[in-house]
Ligand binder design. Structure first.
Ligand SMILES: O=C(O)/C=C/C(=O)CC(=O)CC(=O)O
Ligand code: CA
Ligand code: MG
Length: 396
């Protein structure tokens, strides 16, 4: 066996304080679980000798629970700081990344006060921007788990019913208002039983890690269909996630208080633990940064979202994905969706030497995120990126 050591530059976003998990395949090889260290991917199936890492998803490992997540993280730290079998180490550029989890249920929340206020103004100009329930519970809807795809998957422009305000009846065709939503997603490892609920302070027992999410949204389809039951086909055609799952264990230094919650939420939504997160996102449109959404501003914490999801006795399953909702800060260049950034398409933004309102065919989007690590360092989530392809359906 030839051995190697992994070079970890002090300023790497993928240092020992991060160690995100993903599912990769080397050229000609089967998908298996790996961990990212600096610019390398370490094959855990080959090195840790536990069959859960030979699986094509993280689910079996995630289902083992938090004690095992802690113990494996410690073993990985030893493994990657010693001499290691060179056949188990790949350059990150040489491997194919796969969807890291088998997605069980997918729920999307609406936890940014700035975003909810902006969308309220844009979609419901004659009503109060925030609905009366908004500060009492984290509003959410169930999305479509089968169309959650990994970063790098092309997104085909969806077709559907469109009805502009000046049209008497809808027509059918490619969305003209295709948008992004920059979000963080949280993945359940330890399940709960139907009939039980998870308190906010039990969050870390159940949630394995976090990814960056792009919740693609066809605003014309959405605006027509959503009354009164909420988003459906305007969202269900695709949701993209980043390939590296950053363990919750790596986010200790990122934990902060949420903004003050007034009125005080009901007791099932209150806990002692801080689960606001100081994560900075960046949205690149055709390679140009157009927005920097701050997760630190999110009104509802992910711990409150999980508590709310289960308070009626609904079970949480290994592989459940729940997303925060679009992350928008108070400033214009912190808005996480283009419908807000361009104010309903009325204020085009500069994208390099061009201008845009919504996505055009051939456009590329990359959403990245970083957070504080240990001792002043930073950790990275990598990015979720994709290109828009033209609609393939014919008019009908
Ligand atoms: O306010 C509405 O009717 C619609 C809101 C959204 O489209 C946002 C959504 O998907 C949840 C979120 O990302 O915050
Ligand atoms: Ca969303
Ligand atoms: Mg979606």
């Amino acid at each position: 066996m030839t051995v190697t050591t992994i070079d970890i530059p002090a300023d790497s976003l993928f240092g020992l304080d991060n160690l995100p998990y993903g599912v990769f395949s080397p050229a000609g090889g089967l998908p298996r679980v790996g961990v990212r260290v600096a610019e390398s991917v370490v094959d855990l199936a080959a090195t840790l000798g536990d069959s859960v890492f030979s699986e094509p998803t993280l689910n079996a490992f995630m289902a083992q629970g938090r004690d095992q997540w802690v113990s494996v993280r410690n073993r990985i730290t030893e493994l990657v700081t010693s001499e290691i079998d060179s056949n188990a180490v790949f350059s990150v550029d040489s491997v194919t990344m796969h969807l890291p989890i088998a997605v069980a249920d997918y729920v999307d929340f609406y936890a940014s006060e700035n975003h909810a206020t902006n969308l309220g103004r844009l979609f419901r100009p004659d009503a109060a921007p925030l609905m009366p329930n908004w500060k009492h519970l984290p509003v959410g809807y169930h999305g479509r788990s089968s169309t959650v795809v990994v970063s790098g998957t092309d997104i085909v422009r969806p077709c559907g019913q469109r009805k502009a305000p000046d049209q008497e009846s809808p027509d059918f065709g490619p969305s003209r208002r295709l948008d992004i939503e920059a979000e963080m997603g949280f993945i359940v490892g330890t399940p709960s039983k139907m009939g039980d609920s998870i308190t906010p302070d039990e969050f870390a027992e159940h949630v394995f890690g976090a990814v960056v999410v792009n919740d693609w949204s066809a605003r014309d389809i959405q605006a027509w269909e959503y009354v009164p039951l909420g988003p459906n086909l305007g969202k269900s055609f695709a949701t993209s996630i980043s390939p590296w799952v950053v363990p919750l264990l790596a986010l200790e230094a990122a934990r902060i208080d949420t903004p003050v919650q007034d009125p005080e939420p009901l007791s099932y939504l209150r806990g002692e633990e801080k689960w606001g997160l100081d994560i900075d996102l960046a949205v690149e449109w055709n390679g140009h940064v157009v927005s920097r959404p701050p997760y630190a501003q999110m009104y509802w914490s992910p711990a409150q979202m999980l508590a709310h999801t289960t308070i009626n006795g609904a079970a949480a399953s290994t592989g459940d994905l729940f997303a925060s909702g679009t992350i928008s800060g108070p400033d214009k260049d912190q808005r996480g969706a283009f419908i807000e950034l361009t104010w309903g398409g009325k204020e085009p933004v500069a994208v390099g030497s061009e201008t845009r309102t919504f996505l055009e065919d051939g456009d590329t989007i990359a959403i990245s995120a970083t957070a504080p690590g240990v001792g002043g360092s930073r950790i990275g989530f990598g990015d979720v990126h994709a290109r828009i392809l033209p609609a393939t359906q014919t008019e009908r």
